[in-house]
Design a protein around this ligand. Structure first.
Ligand SMILES: NC(=O)c1ccc[n+]([C@@H]2O[C@H](COP(=O)([O-])OP(=O)(O)OC[C@H]3O[C@@H](n4cnc5c(N)ncnc54)[C@H](OP(=O)(O)O)[C@@H]3O)[C@@H](O)[C@H]2O)c1
Length: 207
């Protein structure tokens, strides 16, 4: 089982935290609002704890469950406290019209994290293509990207512990395209599918 720290106390932190506790993982919650962190840890149960904002996280895997504009500044603020950690970026940096990425297509929040995080951290992009409301339903694919095979294996094992299916799409330079898949998901919800109760998946045709 994994030890994870959720930085953030919103909807995705709650959804991932709930599955993490159910999967037998050790969970710590950190929030810029300590009361919200305490409330979420209590609601998650399963021995979930809270840490102080900016302190060294207990978890080996640190999930930044923050609105995209806050992710890179928060990782920079934590600085050396994140040394040696696997940082999982789940953000979707959508523009205001939800029809493009806020930062252009030549980078991603995950790649920008790697520039400000301590050198011995590993950054993995994951979870951003799944809408919160379907995380608990069925066995949606969790696409992930990163440069460090060991870090990706650790995140994949954590994803499996949640009852979900990890699908590695390659190196961290693939993260912009995962962010693009986030846009595709929202586009489908608003158009072809017409609702948000679905997840992008992979159909295999072997043999
Ligand atoms: N919701 C989904 O279906 C979904 C699906 C896939 C990916 N995502 C991604 O997951 C991330 C979290 O989404 P969410 O739905 O959980 O959002 P949310 O419910 O609005 O929660 C956002 C969290 O980010 C914190 N935050 C925002 N700006 C911050 C800053 N500058 N510094 C520190 N903390 C900050 C908030 O803290 P306060 O409460 O103190 O404001 C809150 O804990 C987003 O990047 C989103 O794109 C969401």
């Amino acid at each position: 089982m994994s030890s994870i720290t959720l930085i953030g106390t919103g909807n995705m932190a709650r959804a991932i935290g709930t599955l993490a506790v159910a999967g037998g993982n050790t969970v710590e919650v950190m929030g810029r609002d300590q009361d919200k962190a305490d409330d979420l840890a209590k609601a998650l149960g399963g021995g979930a704890t809270t840490g102080k904002w900016g302190a060294v996280p207990d978890g080996d895997i640190v999930i930044t469950a923050l609105l995209y504009a806050g992710v890179v500044p928060v990782v920079a603020e934590y600085g050396a406290a994140l040394a040696g950690k696997v940082i999982v970026d789940i953000s979707n940096p959508f523009n205001a019209a939800f029809d493009g990425l806020a930062h252009g297509e030549e980078t991603s929040i995950a790649q920008e994290i790697a520039k400000v995080a301590p050198a011995d951290t590993s950054v993995v992009k994951a979870f951003n293509t799944i809408l919160r409301n379907v995380l608990e339903k069925g066995r949606p694919n969790v696409f992930l990207a990163g440069d460090d095979a060991q870090a990706k294996a650790a995140v994949a094992a954590f994803i499996e512990s949640l009852g979900l299916r990890p699908l590695d799409v390659g190196a961290l330079k693939m993260a912009p395209w995962l962010e693009g898949m986030g846009l595709v998901t929202v586009g489908l919800a608003g158009n072809g599918v017409g609702h948000g109760d679905f997840a992008l998946g992979v159909d295999e045709f072997t043999g």
